[in-house]
Design a protein around this ligand. Structure first.
Ligand code: AMP
Length: 223
């Protein structure tokens, strides 16, 4: 596959500048294949492991959409659900880098910590964070106790979906989704695609495109 440059991916100039600052030169295969699909507004399931650049593969197109649309009503517009606190923190760090020239508000939601952390998370969401990055259990706790409103979420991303199912988060994920509008774009990334992941995809995605970096012909990889 030919090398794809980031400036070929229709990203805002401010994002491109930040990507360059971070030392990224060419898009990785999962980025080259999945960013255009997400930009089109399609639901998507992407098979990619850690180390492939999968985080940027979904944060860059999300950031681009949020920049274009803005958030005049100060609502929670996007939610990224991940299995662990460490992953949530890593994703937030990437967001901070990519949005250096185009700031947007993120709130990271995970358990542990003290009451202060709870209040910061709660206020971040009540004030309408552009992006909420959350682990499932803690998100449920906020939905039940903090009056957090997910009814305006337009973009839902599940990262490391297979790991979340292995950790027993299936019911929590479905519960969180029940607070969101059916009309939304949903993106799922998973290192593996066993039958239970395909079942989950069938339940929460609509006619998803599939991007699999083991397949090097993008036209065939996109459904
Ligand atoms: P990930 O697979 O998302 O965990 O990313 C693995 C690492 O690769 C992270 O440290 C990223 O900052 C870095 N990375 C992601 N995409 C690129 C790229 N296109 N060029 C160089 N480094 C990248």
């Amino acid at each position: 596959m030919e090398t794809v440059r980031f400036d070929e991916l229709n990203l805002d100039e401010r994002i491109l500048r930040a990507v360059t600052d971070m030392g990224f030169e060419a898009a990785s295969p999962i980025q080259a294949q999945s960013i255009p699909v997400q930009a089109e507004g399609l639901d998507m399931i992407g098979q990619a492991q850690t180390g492939t650049g999968k985080t940027a593969a979904y944060t860059l197109p999300l950031l681009n959409k949020l920049l274009i649309e803005g958030n005049p009503d100060n609502v929670v517009k996007s939610l990224i659900i991940v299995p662990t606190r460490e992953l949530a923190q890593q994703i937030d760090q990437q967001f901070q880098g990519f949005s250096y020239y185009a700031p947007l508000s993120t709130t990271v939601v995970y358990g542990g910590g003290d009451g202060k952390g709870w209040d910061i998370q709660k206020n971040g969401m009540l004030n309408g964070a552009d992006v909420v990055i959350a682990t499932p259990g803690r998100m449920i706790a906020h939905l039940q106790n903090s009056g957090v409103d997910l009814s305006h979420v337009e973009y839902l991303i599940l990262d490391e979906a297979d790991r979340m199912l292995d950790m027993g988060f299936s019911d929590d994920i479905m519960k969180i989704i029940s607070y969101m509008p059916a009309e939304r774009q949903t993106i799922m990334f998973s290192a593996t695609l066993p039958p239970k992941i395909r079942e989950l995809a069938k339940t929460i995605l609509r006619n998803p495109a599939e991007v699999n970096i083991a397949i090097s012909k993008p036209n065939e990889a996109i459904d």
